[in-house]
Design a protein around this ligand. Structure first.
Ligand code: SF4
Ligand code: SF4
Ligand code: FES
Length: 863
């Protein structure tokens, strides 16, 4: 008897008979398609998607259902629309059911161009798989086919509408799931067109998922098309997205030494089936012209070793580098000489977040757990732009409470997507957002508040105080904040699984402390509350765990300890420090050694530069916002002399006599690749840092989930094959989802409520805060051509009232001055935001991240 246990709480055990075999499943209330796929059975489908659930539109998943043991005729039902009940008897193999499914496929294929040989989807196409699975082999239709004009949809997606089978998945994902508005089902009768009203770039930040959601080749990856390679010719490896701290699991694909694309690697606890467009298309920075391929001189490595051996060495690590690189540098220079390439203030924020999470005011929420929350308070974080996949998940969670009510009232099933959306309509659950600027999560919020950072902190403190009076109230809270706090506290207390989301986005410690108070108050009140704090970079959490101080501390150490050599690993200190401070820091060292894979202002200024590897050519570990340590593996060997930054550092340590050799893997690798000149096919080169070899051959069936870079099973060539690797559809991968959570909440809360700090004086100046964008705020992805074309021009945003007060006009120029830096002229944009506040994008040329948040002077620029 085959069994599976559902991960859904409250499910009950039921017995099924499918084609004469008995099954026991712990999945009461699930639909038959979900159960059949979870049992490993093959059943075709199109309109159903494991994340989008059922609408019963395509009629492809037909099975024969029998009333009881005596019933010999049965009736055809759609598996995706039929709830499982105890004692069910059904047949997938029944000849009528097979003929029905084959007939549906034939109809769907009537207008399909059958252009598989030249289709980018060929070889990984769900439609191809389903045609074979249904047994439809012969084309009888002999007439003209319907044809369409395709659209230019921007840098990410290619459009070939003739291949459409009208399953509506694209619209359901783009509009219903991701909140996009510019993709539509247009037309009438059998002439439905899935596209925009006019040509133009699809605006939604998750548009790239259409490549994987569309079961045919209508939407394909335009960046892959530039250097197209069939799926089976791509070398892949399990990887982690390097472009924010959500830690989405990815499958990069390589061919002939260039990275060709990135696809989703399912991780039930993290990103599920999706990626954001920054994560999918940011990969092109790996092939960028700005890559550093050679050392700064022929004897750079030897010169670096000499510099390291004879002097006090100070090291600056990185929030975008792996844990291994940071740790290797710390070991080389000693803990007292190791600093992080962020401002001291930035590091304080990261440390505070780490301390809060480890103290455990409430357990940390994974992305999956965020999906299950029934009330959400977002304090200060524009998660749509700082942690896109988390925000996409929160968008779904906003429907949980109204959906639960509708299910109870109208006796609907959780998977009945169309019925639930119809019942819920525009009803919003207890979802509250307090941010400086409008965010795309406002659309699903019951209340969206526009507040300054100090007001957001006050709101958080007030909410916590309403829930638990022993949590200190904010001084001088306005009536608006007090009233909003009352409503929010009541809603959170009415929920079973409330979630508090905040993070480093505003760079404000008070906002984080207030969020911790709310989570702690909820937990103390007996709620199953969770907290999620968004870290800024892929390894900000991990790097902060090993760092001593920030950049200002590094500058002080260099002058105090007479440091002569500075080693900077994969960080651009000009992003966080004002230009004069960064230049002064570099010139205070006799030798500056920069190890990086991409040219930056820091590598340009360094005396010695050593070329390191991106995530694609090296292996390592990132620690996500959830505190999940996840390994990424090299998808292609580094091209000599480039090597992982941690390997350069280790070699410097050995050459300088600072530590014994720990590994000699690179030499062995090169020897294996060059000595094997024979008539035989050489063995695939081994990756010395992982259990993998560089090859596109081999089966991933049975591989541990964390090492699997390919979802393929017999008959399942598309990514939908993931169902063969899951313990249950949309559940954990067999063997467990990849990654290890480093911090579980202590048995007892080790912290106490924070007290509100006194507000800092701004001397009448405006408060400048960071404005994060999916496209442009992250350093490496901004170098990808597709992403670069989506980056908005540099600007400063203010409210309309603030503009009037300062004599500024939308589209005009403003001069922005912050402490320690030269004034910068920026275009003015008017946004819905509080007075007394302005925002700029982090990384705006001339405005170091360190300066934001902070008081600034903004005047009209007169040139
Ligand atoms: S474009 Fe793709 S996803 Fe959309 S309806 Fe057509 S086949 Fe389905
Ligand atoms: S949400 Fe973050 S980690 Fe996930 S794909 Fe986007 S940038 Fe990458
Ligand atoms: S998958 Fe069941 S009707 Fe479309």
């Amino acid at each position: 008897m085959k069994t599976f246990t559902s991960t859904t709480a409250g499910a009950g055990v039921i017995h099924l008979n499918i084609d004469g075999r008995r099954y026991e499943v712990d999945a009461e209330g699930k639909n038959l398609l979900h159960v059949c796929l979870s049992l490993g059975l093959d059943l075709p489908y199109f309109c159903w998607h494991p994340a989008l659930h059922s609408v019963g539109a395509c009629r492809q998943c037909a099975v024969k259902l029998y009333r009881d043991d005596a019933d010999t005729r049965g009736r055809i039902v759609m598996a995706c629309m039929t709830p499982v009940t105890d004692g069910m008897r059904l047949s997938i193999e029944d000849s009528e059911a097979r003929a029905f499914r084959s007939g549906i496929t034939e109809l769907l294929m009537v207008n399909h161009p059958h252009d598989c040989p030249i289709c980018d989807e060929g070889g990984e196409c769900h439609l191809q798989d389903m045609v074979v699975m249904t047994g439809h082999v012969y084309r009888r239709y002999r007439f003209r086919k319907r044809t369409y004009r395709n659209q230019d949809l921007g840098p990410f997606l290619n459009h070939e509408m003739n291949r459409c089978i009208q399953c509506y998945r694209c619209i359901r994902f783009y509009r219903d799931y991701a909140g996009g508005t510019d993709l539509e089902a247009l037309g009438a009768h059998d002439d439905v067109y899935f596209g925009r009203q006019t040509d133009g770039t699809l605006q939604n930040e998750f548009s790239g998922n259409l490549v994987e959601v569309c079961p045919t080749g209508v939407f394909t990856d335009k960046t892959l098309k530039m250097h197209y390679t069939r799926k089976w010719d791509l070398q892949t490896a399990p990887s982690i997205c390097a472009h924010c701290a959500v830690g989405c699991n990815t499958i990069p694909g390589e061919r002939y030494g260039t990275l060709r694309r990135v696809r989703t690697r399912y991780n039930g606890e993290v990103n599920g089936y999706f990626l954001c467009d920054r994560g999918r298309y940011g990969y092109e920075f790996v092939n960028s012209e700005r890559r550093i391929r050679q050392p700064s001189s022929a004897d750079a490595a030897a010169a670096a070793a000499r510099a390291v051996s004879g002097s006090v060495v100070v090291g600056i690590g990185s929030t975008r580098a792996s844990l291994e690189t940071n740790y290797a540098l710390r070991r080389l220079v000693g803990p007292e000489n190791f600093f992080l390439g962020v401002s001291d203030r930035h590091l304080e924020v990261l440390r505070l977040m780490g301390d809060v999470l480890r103290a455990g005011p409430a357990p940390i929420s994974s992305v999956r757990q965020a999906r299950q929350s029934d009330a959400v308070l977002v304090l200060g974080e524009d998660a749509w732009n700082t942690a896109p996949i988390l925000a996409l998940t929160l968008r779904q969670a906003s429907m949980n409470a109204p959906a639960a009510a509708a299910m109870k009232q109208k006796r609907l099933n959780a998977w009945d997507d169309a019925a639930i959306r119809e019942a819920v309509r525009h009803d919003t659950g207890p979802f509250f957002v307090a941010t400086v600027e409008a965010t795309k999560l406002d659309e699903v919020a019951r209340e969206a508040h526009r507040m300054s950072a100090s007001e957001i902190a006050a709101l958080g403190y007030a909410v916590a105080n309403r829930i638990d009076p022993s949590s200190p109230a904010p001084p001088d809270a306005s009536a608006l904040i007090t009233e909003a706090a009352g409503r929010i506290a009541a809603a959170l207390m009415s929920a079973e699984r409330p979630l508090v989301v905040s993070g480093a986005g505003l760079g404000d410690r008070e906002v984080i402390r207030a969020a911790a108070n709310v989570a702690r108050a909820l937990k103390k009140a007996g709620r199953d509350a969770r907290i999620h704090l968004v870290f800024p970079q892929a390894n900000s959490f991990g790097a902060a765990l090993v760092a001593g101080g920030g950049l200002e501390a590094a500058a002080r150490a260099l002058s105090a300890r007479g440091g002569q050599t500075l080693v900077i690993a994969e960080t651009d200190i000009f992003r966080d420090l004002p230009k004069n401070a960064a230049t002064a820091l570099l010139s205070s060292a006799a030798h500056v050694i920069a190890i990086d894979h991409t040219r930056t202002a820091t590598t340009e200024a360094a005396g010695t530069v050593l070329p390191s590897c991106t995530f694609a050519e090296s292996s390592g570990t990132f620690v996500s916002s959830e505190g999940r340590a996840q390994r990424f593996f090299s998808v292609m060997p580094p091209v000599d002399p480039a090597r992982s930054a941690w390997r350069w550092i280790d070699e410097l340590a050995v050459a300088a006599g600072r530590k014994p050799a720990a590994w000699g893997g690179l030499d062995e690798l090169i020897a294996a690749m060059t000595a094997n000149v024979s008539v035989h096919e050489p063995q695939p080169p081994r990756d010395p840092d992982s259990p993998l070899v560089y090859t596109m051959e081999g089966s991933s069936l049975g591989a541990p989930a964390s090492l699997n870079a390919r979802f393929w099973a017999p008959g399942w060539n598309s990514g939908q094959a993931v169902n063969k690797f899951q313990a249950e559809v949309s559940g954990q991968l067999i063997g467990g989802d990849p990654g290890v959570r480093l911090f579980e909440p202590p048995a007892e809360d080790r912290g106490s409520f924070f007290s509100p700090a006194a507000a800092a004086s701004r001397d009448g100046r405006i408060q400048l805060v960071p404005r994060h964008e999916v496209f442009g705020s992250e350093e490496l992805s901004a170098l990808a051509p597709g992403i670069a074309s989506r980056i908005a021009p540099a600007s400063v945003a203010l409210s309309a009232a603030e503009c009037r007060r300062r004599g500024l006009e939308e589209g005009g120029m403003a001069r922005v001055s912050v402490d320690g830096g030269e004034p910068v002229d920026l275009r003015v944009v008017v946004r819905e935001m509080p007075d007394g506040v302005a925002s700029v994008a982090p990384g705006t040329p001339g405005l170091p991240v360190m300066a934001v948040p902070g008081p600034a002077t903004i005047t009209e620029a007169r040139s």
